[in-house]
Design a protein. Sequence first.
Length: 252
Amino acid sequence: MRPKRAKAYKKVMQFYQQNYSFREPYQILVSPEFVLEGAAKKIDIVKALEEVVGGRVRLFISHCGIRDVRTEGPHRDSAIATSKQFEKRRCPHRTPIAGAECTGEIVGPTNQHNYCVATQDDELRKKLRKISGMPLIHISHSVVVLEPVPKQAKEESRDQVQVKMGLPELERKMIKTVKTKARDAKAALAPRKHSKNKKGKGPKGPNPLSVQKSKKTKVAAKKTTGTKRPRDETQDGGAPSAKKHVSAANSS
């Protein structure tokens, strides 16, 4: 993992530790489609998740999720072998339901047990983002990604800090409005970046310094430099030169 990305993930997990009491080993509830995607991309899920959250992990999968993993598919065997490393999480469903739906029901409306959720289901992620204190993990282009902290969770944590400080509600609202106005004013004063005209993609021309000049141009250049200017027979307004005048006298 790149150092910049590892630093960002560390800050995210520190936020959940300080505001929502997340502790190691982190409990990660894995949905079946995440396991199947990891098997398709040949990702070591246990190692990848430990790197993402930056600590020890306990991985869980529901009984409904195990049923989905065991269904026929191109990467069924490797997905089953990976899921055997997880702990089994009991669910109240006597008749199995979809693994993603079961995962959402286990988390509940408040994420009481401080689960991190690893899922590829877009609908489930959209639903879980509404819960404050909900770390979400997914696979994007063969890379395991930890989503950043949503703005709603950051605002709630600020409100909790102000409540602990003993600030009254009216004063908290005033601080919030002042901050929003200052942010808007800063954005208005910031210089707009003009998008530079990017050159279109295509074959580039050769370097003019490395291109050998053609022989025709060389010959033409020599001719222009080698020709001498013919001397005028007359000088000073048509008068014959002195040498020619002397030679004419001697001959006579």
